[in-house]
Ligand binder design. Sequence first.
Ligand SMILES: [Zn+2]
Length: 376
Amino acid sequence: MGVDKTAALCCPVCGAPTKRYGYELKERIWPHADCLFYPCYVHCKRPCVLCDKCGTVQVNAPFARKNSRFPLLFEGYAMLLLQDIPRARASRLLRCDEKSLAAILTYWVHDEVNRMDLSVVCSIAMDETFFRRGHKYVTVAIDAYKCQVFDVEPSRDKMAVKNVGEKLERNGGNTKRVNSATSDMSASYLSAVREVFPNAKQTIDKFHVKQVLLKALDAVCKDEQKEAGRKKELFLCRKLFMVPEGRMNNKQWTMVAELSKQYKKMGRAFRIVRSLDDFYASTSMVEAQERLDKLCSWMRRCRLKPMKDAVLTLRNHSKEILNYFHTRLTNAICEGINTMIQAAKRKATGFHTFEGYAAMIYLVAGKLKLATPVPF
Ligand SMILES: [Zn+2]
């Protein structure tokens, strides 16, 4: 590939018309996507120009991004593949090392993410997700109406929430216009959200509330396991109790019923956890309030230590828990997105850096309209 000898070129820095000033010394080679399974390369010696203001400047090839070793079409194709298959596999198919692929991905995703329009965001959900062994977490911020991840932050503390707010403002949003925020129970999130989004009604998402009770149930099971000394059977039913109601089959139901008869404490704890679902099925605020009070007093009187501890957590956060009936923001949204993020994680195996990991999350759950040229 070459450049027409008479073609007029302008300065790539200031745009002024310029004179030619020879070519770069060595021919450059860009690996293109395969052509009929044969490797295909683009060869070109790019011209230089002499600008009055900027001096000698290398003209960039129109088919490649500046400082990239790959043509734009190749990058577009790579992005298409990366959305669907793991990076290692994409690397084999494209005959391109993984590091370069990560660089392409990170560039295009962040290019789009920085331009995201967040001016209409008024309802957000925040969730933490596991990044790496050694307890590394990232905070994922989601626009709850669009079900779109709009920010990923490298921690799960106050700073993360602050950064989410800043990102929102930077991209045309307004933290004061956010009227509902969903998160888990962690104290740092709750207080930081109050600070950063002063007008947001805070809701603790359903699944994290349930988790508190499930933990208590698990503790009850463990205690009874020790008392009864029948480890194997009880281990089995601990697993069984964790199965969500909707997904239990008939056989599992009969087993649960039998086990609850046999092991009284566990049965009681199990019924408490189930009644949380009734609470969430309430149709009005008044009804919800009543059911929550009933549940809490039941838990206080149930003579099970872990449940008594759990009720404190529920009491302390009852306002945020009840807000669910105002905002109806189930974290089903978050849960759905979390599933996507887990999938992203699988695809991202080998993304050791936070940037790479964040890029993958944006790619699968950010509803990005990438500016990459699409080959087909
Ligand atoms: Zn110039």
